[in-house]
Design a protein around this ligand. Structure first.
Ligand code: ADP
Ligand code: MG
Length: 222
């Protein structure tokens, strides 16, 4: 694993991305091919095989649509947007998913800030982080979302009660397609970082003292 990490550090981002895509698409393709061959040979477990193949195709669909997003040219549709309203929208969107796991999203709005941003991109940032927070939590509990101003920056903390992130995983979070989840696809955090960079902002990941992690989104004040 250590060898892998050193190698990936040397590889360019484009190279990593290409290697990741090749890997992520080859696996489902191999699996689909195998099941097609079984069907061709006349095995009688059709329903089961079709289901697996559809699942594999869906994986490839997710990967390709996420890739299209990353490869989009840097469009500049930045407008002054009200941040609390934007976060309200995201929390409303993810509340049902949180509810299924008895997780409550506590969104405490402090500053009524506007940000100069591409609304859908910044929404994507909060969707990615909140989804990860929900997925990380194994027990019912709370995800806190707080915003505040520090100097000339707007900080939004998303604090979960999951297991936190192991040291060796933290270093890999920027790599495209890095995931520890069985059904994970990986580019979520890379896209998140990229969007924030495009907005003159950044992402900080902190370990909570008790349990869980804090994802801190930092955006410049307009
Ligand atoms: P995916 O969600 O598809 O795995 P991401 O890029 O969104 O891809 O996240 C990459 C990895 O970062 C996850 O697989 C997980 O190991 C780790 N991670 C992200 N958010 C959290 C969190 N809130 N708590 C613990 N681990 C996390
Ligand atoms: Mg994710």
């Amino acid at each position: 694993a250590e060898e892998m990490m050193i190698r990936s550090e040397k590889m360019s981002v484009a190279g990593q991305l290409a290697a990741g895509i090749a890997h992520e698409i080859r696996n489902p393709l191999t699996s689909i091919k195998g099941f097609l061959q079984l069907l061709q040979a006349g095995v009688n477990r059709e329903d089961e095989y079709y289901k697996i193949m559809v699942d594999e195709i869906e994986k490839m669909e997710t990967i390709t649509s996420e890739l299209l997003f990353v490869s989009k040219p840097m469009t500049d549709h930045k407008e002054l947007e009200n941040l609390p309203e934007l976060i309200d929208d995201v929390v409303t969107l993810l509340n049902p998913q949180a509810g299924l796991k008895n997780i409550e999203i506590l969104w405490k709005q402090e500053s009524n800030q506007n940000v100069k941003c591409d609304r859908s991109q910044i929404k994507q940032v909060f969707i990615n982080i909140l989804k990860n927070a929900i997925e990380a939590m194994e027990k019912p509990g709370y995800i806190k979302v707080n915003d505040y101003i520090h100097h000339n920056e707007i900080l939004i903390d998303i604090i979960d009660e999951g297991p936190g992130i192991p040291e060796e995983v933290i270093h890999k979070l920027g790599e495209p397609f890095f995931t520890t989840k069985q059904n994970g696809t990986g580019p979520g955090l890379m896209i998140t970082r990229q969007i924030l960079e495009r907005h003159g902002g950044r992402l900080e990941i902190l370990q909570n003292e008790d349990t869980g992690s804090t994802f801190r989104v930092i955006l410049p004040k307009p």
